[in-house]
Design a protein around this ligand. Structure first.
Ligand code: MLT
Length: 264
């Protein structure tokens, strides 16, 4: 792990391996550890860059609202600081996917390909937005416990909850230890995000959309529709996985990612 200074922000990042760069962007409220199976598999042949986003993991926490645009700018600054000039394969999960739409809008020339796992392009409904406002308030007043309790049943698929309770517990602990102010700022940023659906038709780059077939946060059907509206996207469903498919079924996910990258 390295600490990289980006203006007044210190960012924690894994930067390992050599070759074509892959940038892995974690979901909410996680950190670089959610990509550990991809780190193990891809660092042998690729340069693997896995930051903790602003407010998460061991990166600095900033208060207020962290917009998806702010996260995208941080990632661009990070790539500059790491002297990455070659276009990257961007691989984001859920919130990491929401950030991808902003990243593609702003830094299109940086992208060799786009992998979006268990995410959406649409912005929030009014109800979901209100839930995020309530959640930010709860996080600021009482910390992470209640918010994590409410999220947990949706993070892993039923197969993983049945067969791998240790993994579920490990990530519950990681979520409980996430910084509550960073989480609140991220929730407000997600509530504020753009509707990326109109961007999809213009995003003429190779893309892979992956979804755990048991994901109830970002359902398969919605991701299939997203892939269909993108000029160069393929969809791969991951059986026996939920919202955190890269952790739940790493072999299947890594095979799909590798096949996609090798074709680029
Ligand atoms: C995530 O995994 O990043 C979250 O489920 C995203 C969200 O709250 O919409």
């Amino acid at each position: 792990m390295k600490k990289i200074q980006l203006g007044d922000l210190t960012m924690n990042v894994v930067d390992e391996g050599e070759g074509k760069p892959i940038l892995f962007v974690h979901g909410f409220p996680l950190d670089h550890r959610m990509w550990r199976e991809q780190r193990k598999s891809f660092a042998a042949d690729y340069r693997v860059i896995i930051p903790d986003l602003r407010g998460f993991g061991e990166s600095d926490v900033t208060s207020g609202t962290i917009t998806m645009a702010q996260f995208a700018d941080d990632l661009n600054n990070l790539l500059n600081a790491l002297k990455v000039v070659e276009p990257v394969v961007y691989c984001g999960l859920s919130m990491g996917g929401y950030i991808a739409w902003e990243f593609a809008k702003r830094y299109r020339e940086r992208l060799a390909g786009l992998i979006v796992c268990d995410s959406k392009a649409a912005s929030d409904s009014d109800d979901t937005r209100q839930t995020r406002f309530n959640s930010a308030k709860e996080l600021r007043e009482n910390g992470a416990d209640n918010v994590v309790f409410a999220m947990m049943p949706k993070m892993f698929g039923m197969t993983t909850r049945d067969r791998n309770p240790e993994l579920v517990e490990e990530f519950r602990q990681i979520m409980l230890k996430a910084n509550a102010e960073g989480m609140a700022a991220g929730q407000l940023g997600m509530a504020d995000r753009i509707d990326g659906r109109s961007l999809l038709t213009e995003l003429n780059i190779p893309a892979l959309l992956l979804c755990g077939e048991e994901d109830i946060i970002s359902p398969v059907l919605e991701m299939q529709e997203m892939a269909a509206s993108m000029p160069q996207a393929e969809f791969v469903g991951i059986p026996e996985a939920g919202h955190l498919a890269p952790l739940e079924q790493p072999v299947e996910v890594n095979n799909a990612i590798r096949k996609f990258i090798e074709k680029l």
